[in-house]
Write a protein that binds this ligand. Structure first.
Ligand code: ADP
Length: 228
């Protein structure tokens, strides 16, 4: 069953930039999908549309049953609870320690401090960062910061993880570790959509969606290759 469904979706930014045009794509529950393509191809925009950070200019987009054209202040928080975002603009807060950063999404959605703390510690444990719970983010390495970002993204047990170039600033070893962690959530049933232009990371994908200049130019799946 598809959990994310694009039908002829386009996105234009002001200034007449067409970031995506006529994208049709269904992503099934539990899938591990990679988005590839050169810089400017529209990968971030596609993830932002799924996250409700941008609205489609045309076409039909559904995410977990929500018609994204009808997303509003009431429906957005419900959708966000199903999403774990590892996006480039969602940096860790440097005036709070690691534990407080991971607790924050739960506090915002109304959890008690005790509950948030317990769940944040479980999430940090899963990414091997419990030992650094009291550290400030800027004292961590890039790989460690990204692992904390993953903990923050999954602390509310999302059904879908969206990750925008999660390994871009990391060396090969740390990039592999971060990807392994995201894939572990996928094996536990979470649908994952990950953008990357690092070909080395693509071997584990169920499907690879290739974008160029806002167009979907191909879909490779583990057992077939289809031009779009
Ligand atoms: P990618 O993630 O593949 O690098 P993006 O989705 O960031 O691609 O960008 C796709 C196109 O949309 C590019 O031409 C980019 O300059 C443009 N774009 C992205 N965000 C904005 C914005 N907020 N306003 C105007 N143009 C944008």
């Amino acid at each position: 069953m598809s959990i994310i469904s694009f039908s002829h979706v386009s996105k234009k930014y002001t200034g007449d930039v067409t970031a995506l045009s006529e994208i049709s794509l269904d992503i099934n529950e539990g899938e591990l999908v990679f988005l590839t393509g050169p810089s400017g191809a529209g990968k971030s925009t596609l993830l932002k549309l799924i996250a409700g950070m941008e609205k489609p200019s045309g076409g039909m987009l559904q995410v977990s049953g929500q018609d994204m054209r009808k997303l509003n202040r009431t429906t957005l928080p419900f959708l966000r609870r199903k999403l774990g975002l590892i996006m480039q603009q969602q940096r860790l807060l440097n005036d709070r320690n690691v534990l407080a950063n991971v607790m924050l999404p739960l506090i915002i959605s109304g959890a008690t401090t005790l509950e948030a703390k317990e769940r944040a510690m479980v999430a940090l444990e899963r990414v091997g960062m419990l030992g650094k719970a009291q550290a400030l983010p800027r004292t961590l390495s890039g790989g460690e910061q990204q692992r904390v970002s993953i903990a923050r993204a999954v602390v509310h047990k999302p059904r879908i993880i969206l990750a925008d170039e999660p390994t871009a600033t990391l060396d090969r070893e740390n990039g592999r570790m971060v990807l392994d962690m995201i894939e572990a959530f996928n094996r536990a049933g979470v649908t994952c959509v990950i953008s990357t232009h690092d070909e080395r990371l693509l071997q584990d994908a169920d499907r690879i969606v290739q974008l160029t200049q806002g167009k979907l130019i191909g879909i490779r799946s583990s057992d077939s290759e289809v031009g779009a």
